[in-house]
Design a protein around this ligand. Sequence first.
Ligand code: F6R
Length: 247
Amino acid sequence: PVTVYPDQHAASKAVAGRIAALIKRKQQNNEPTVLGLATGATPVGVYNELVRLHKAGELSFKNVITFNLDEYYPMKPDAAQSYVTFMNENLFNHIDIDRANVHIPDGTVALENIPAFCVDYESKITALGGLDMQILGIGRTGHIGFNEPGSAPNSGTRLVTLDDLTRSDAARDFGGKANVPTKAITMGIGTIFKAREIILMAWSQKKAGIIKKAVEGEISGDVPATYLQLSDHVDFILDEAAASDLT
Ligand code: F6R
């Protein structure tokens, strides 16, 4: 289903509320919550709200286990543009999560060890019983995670080559496109699909065109997000501007 909110603030609050409710429900049963997390501009409001709930004493992350979708490759964890730095600054530094429960693809793994690293990342998720919830943004190429056009619906965690448009969109963060890595390690479409709930968020007019394709377009590897149409547990959460091209 598609839900449209008046603005991204209201939408982010609603998504954070769903995450908080899931964590609390699991805590009551003494079960950990396994969350799939995204980076980028889109989920920042959700993370701000989760931090607010934590600081207000309403939410603990003590038994939350997280797996991030992706990381640039190569990338040092302490680099300003790493997704490790992003997650620390936007969420992990401000909550009570056990750092041992945080997983982000490692941008420093030697090239020859990446396949083994990726198999291990998948196994860790599976061993925990799978992702309870995966949150997603969407790139203008139609990527989810860094699954660019051409990605297979059953793809797993792997090393990928970033699309030219994705690197252009990241240029500002890196002080020029030439500095944007050409590769990344990402969970696959198949990995994302196995999550028990999937929430794809998109804000602003800039995303309206790709949202129309993702929600209403023909299902195709040319727009990887269209594969989500095949899932019965996906929610597209949009602001009015991102929804403005929908029929
Ligand atoms: C981030 C990720 C990407 C972003 C997408 C949108 O972990 O996997 O798919 O969600 O590139 O980025 P923003 O939110 O910056 O527009």
